[in-house]
Design a protein around this ligand. Structure first.
Ligand SMILES: [Ca+2]
Ligand SMILES: [Ca+2]
Ligand SMILES: [Ca+2]
Length: 362
């Protein structure tokens, strides 16, 4: 029995068959225990009992049969166990091979992981260096930005102060503009009043202008009548020996007398000897081509020639080397009527034609 147990102990059962094996061993032990009991009981009861022996023989045969069956069963179980063992062994070897492969794969993966780990360490150092550099750059940039911020803050403060001043100035200007606007409105109101007044004055002036236009038209009509009358008068004066030129009437004598007699004749006619005021009048006087007394004398003071109305001589037309008579020639006449300048000083007692001038009032 111990050998049989040893045999069972040496057989490797697959996992999960231990309980079955234990139950089988217990059954075997019970069988063997019954056999021993039946074997030992005749010794205990005695040979006298033949019926009992037959029963015992039958029991033994039954026991033997049972044992044979049991052996057969054990053999069958053994075969099954060997089969199971063989199968389990092959499975175990396959599993072992799979485990080896897994192990090798794991080792390769571990090597790969180590390589990756080393790469990661290197990458970590590189990133740390990069981060350090970036940190330094960022710190530098931060310092620059802080400095720029400070400068900008100062500029902002300055700008703010300037803007505040400009705002105050603008506010002052705005207030001044408001005052100016009020003044302007007041001026506008005053101007409106003045405009109304001016409008009234304009209307008044327009009325006056229309009146003046009517008066002007009347005056123009009168002027035309007077011009006509003047022309008639000039014709009539010409009939009596008077000539009109540039605002004066002139009379040429037909006889010769001394200077004073000549002047007296002019005074009797309501005129006087001619006073030559311009080159035009000089040319008019000499175009008669006669020796003519003119209203010029220095009788009062030698050398100080005056016209008969008392005005001093300012614009003169003396002939070549005239006046030259000194105290013997104190009266002026037109002598060189063919020359550019025709005047001469002559003795006042000399007989000469004369020319009277009657100036019309302006
Ligand atoms: Ca004159
Ligand atoms: Ca003189
Ligand atoms: Ca002279």
């Amino acid at each position: 029995m111990d050998q049989l147990l040893n045999i069972y102990a040496n057989v490797e059962r697959p996992p999960g068959t231990a309980s079955t094996r234990k139950r089988e061993m217990q059954s075997s032990e019970n069988i063997y225990e019954n056999v021993l009991i039946h074997t030992l009981e005749p010794n205990r009861t005695g040979p006298a009992l033949s019926g009992v022996n037959d029963v015992r023989k039958s029991s033994c045969r039954a026991t033997a049969v049972c044992l044979g069956l049991l052996c057969l069963l054990l053999l069958t179980g053994l075969i099954i166990l060997v089969f199971i063992y063989t199968k389990s062994k092959s499975e175990w070897e396959m599993e072992t091979a799979l485990l080896n492969n897994s192990y090798n794969n794991l080792m390769k993966k571990r090597d790969q992981l180590e390589t990756s780990y080393n790469d990661l360490i290197s990458e970590k150092h590189r990133l740390e260096n990069s981060l350090t550099n970036q940190k330094e750059q960022l710190q530098t940039r931060y310092n620059q930005l802080a400095l720029e911020k400070h400068q900008l803050q100062e500029r902002l403060d300055t700008s703010y102060n300037n803007l505040t001043k400009e705002r105050d100035q603008l506010q002052t200007s705005y207030n001044n503009l408001i005052k100016a606007k009020d003044q302007f409105q007041t001026s506008c109101i005053n101007l409106t009043k003045e405009t109304d007044q001016l409008q009234e004055r304009f209307e008044t002036l327009t009325k006056d202008r229309n009146d003046l236009r009517r008066k002007l038209q009347d005056a123009e009509a009168s002027w035309k009548n007077m011009t006509k009358e003047k022309a008639d008068l000039e014709r009539m004066l010409n009939t009596f020996g008077w000539t009109y030129f540039k605002g004066s009437f002139y009379h040429i004598s037909s006889t010769k007398k001394n200077w004073q007699q000549s002047r007296d004749d002019c005074l009797q006619k309501g005129a006087d000897l001619i006073i030559i005021n311009s080159k035009e009048e000089e040319n008019f006087a000499k175009h008669f081509k006669k020796c003519l007394w003119i209203g010029l004398t220095d009788t009062e003071t030698e050398g100080k020639w005056k016209w008969v109305d008392g005005t001093p001589l300012t614009e003169s037309y003396w002939g070549y080397r005239e006046p030259n008579g000194g105290r013997s020639e104190n009266c002026g006449d037109i002598q060189f009527f063919s020359a550019e300048n025709s005047w001469n000083d002559e003795a006042c007692s000399y007989s000469c034609f004369w020319i009277c001038e009657k100036k019309l009032p302006p």
